[in-house]
Design a protein around this ligand. Sequence first.
Ligand code: BGC
Length: 709
Amino acid sequence: MTLEEKIGQMNQLDPSWDAEPKEALIRQGKVGSIFNVVGVKQINRLQRMAVEETRLGIPLVVARDVIHGYRTIYPIPLGQGATWNPELVEQAAQLTAKEALSDGIRWAFSPMVDVAHDPRWGRVAEGYGEEPILTSAFGAATVKGYQSQGMAACVKHFAGYSASEGGRDYNTTWIPETQLRDIYLPPFKAAVDAGAMSVMCSFNALNGLPSSANHHLNVDILRDEWHSDALLVSDWGSGSDLVPHGLCADKKEAAERCINARMEMDMQGNIYTDYLAELIAEGKVKESQIDDCVRSILRLKYRLGLFDNPYVDEDKVIAYTPEALELATRVAEESAILLKNNGVLPLNVKHSTLNVLITGPLAHQKKEQLGTWVFDAQPEHSVTPLEAFQSLNAQRSTLNVIYEPGLTYSRDKNTDFSKVIAKAKQADVILYFCGEEAILSGEARCRADLNLPGAQRELMKALAATGKPVVMVVMAGRPLTIGAEVEQAAAVLYAFHGGTMAGPALCNIITGKTVPSGKTPITFPKMVGQVPLYYNRLNTGRPSYDPPMLIDSIPIGCPQFSIGQSSYWLETPTEPLFPFGFGLSYTTFEYGPTTYEKQASGAYEVTCTIKNTGSYDAYETAQLYSRQQSGSVARPICELKGFKKVFIPAGDSCTVTFTLTPEQLGYWHESWEPVRGSDIKAHRYYFATDNVPFTFRIAPHSLPAGIGF
Ligand code: BGC
């Protein structure tokens, strides 16, 4: 290959705009990958240019943001996290790959495994929540699902992207190395161990150094420690962004920093095509560095079989198969979390006539229920909650569905609720579908206010004031601060954006055909000022006492000392609205005592028996938490070490057992150690388990600080 041909391979372009000059570059062999091209015919056309018109005939690898489905849309990844069922999500990834591959896509820009503590950050929707082990399981499952079908996964965004200051996208992150390794990196490692064929750099500066130029992340960790040979692609222009970041004086310097940090493919940044040859001529970059990158790119193409089979059959497009729609319904069912139920759910639609008012701005929004990052689905295939209830209505004379949206979209501020309130008065029960439109979460869609937008809070209040029971169903891209509405509601179902089949899934749960089993994959704060709030936090030396002295209980003229020296806010204790791992069922579960024993190998065997004490057969997710009583550094309140979703028929019991190796109890330590032959000391990081007492608890959700633990 000539140098020009090699540099061409390192160039990834989006020809969905400015097509002509980009197609000319493909014909000249100056493009290695394209993305955002839609339709198998168009993809084959561009592929022919690369294969048949260039000297070497190297095929393009075609990428796309396939995030939570291609045509058939599954719940947003945060909703998938709420299923606590990675096997199910692996099946969804398989069917997604079948649809995308049939349309010419060979490389999906997902999974996003950024562990997120901050619901203000719009991209919280795209990940699996706040938990490293949970995120690792879903990331690995998605990689396996895609790649088993022949579509490459791209695990992103490497790394630390989600800890952005203020929850504002693209913003700076400051993460100590130990925390990076304990919390943010494990899901990337799990995805790489699952065979992820590619990794994407993140946009942010991590501890002052943007990822595309971060040798420590891209080489020391990804290559040297993890021995990954995955292709490392930039994010969109994240290489050229080094100039606005304030790291490089110009784009040429940016190209030099990126190649020296082993960023292998440049997405839509043009810095490699514009400057690499010059940098080599000046001796600033070696051609062998280029060779390493190109080897990585060609390896991906070989692995995908592109050299044997560059084209896609134009007559075998797969979309919306009954199998996919059924699976999408199941994933949406398992992603819905029952947060409150005073007994109104499930609705009895079998016996006496039930008048159900369906209302709210998300009750019948085919596009909005799909959520963020949906480019290739046709909204007409979505089945909304209203449609699902109407079709049930057609089958059952005992159900009478009344519809009045009340608000036309989630930000609608119109407070004339007269029509909907008149209809509410005729109803026995109100189903209020509220939340956020799809565009309010996802990339660059961060919020400083986590309340229901528009006049939705007012509508909830007005509905509750009718005295009729209100079942609130929240369809949103993030946890919202819904404390007041939870108080007013008779039941609350948190559904996130459930995808194509959100309607039937929610209808099945509400009418009791399916028993809810979702659990929160992220802590729900009471108010935005609590953020970041996450379950595995440190206790502090002054944990919040109960009851704390909140702002209105402080006596006037109170002397300084009696305010108390405890860690909380004047408006709220540290407790969340709903803790991590929380979710109710229509049945009840009784957890027996957790027993554990240390074995000769150093591993712990931890066991608990769970009894289904209610009258519904149901799934329960048993969560194993550990607490390390003391350590080399302060240890968190509790840490998830494993989880199992088990099916327990009514009246039956199930014994769950976990084996924990010492490695699973280890964490990253930092020490200052002398550098040989010098007076100075340097940071060293190592992974170890302290030889101290541990306690364990198998529980239905994460535990408040110290309670019984
Ligand atoms: C996002 C990536 C995405 C890429 C390509 C970027 O703006 O951060 O997650 O894969 O665009 O569309």
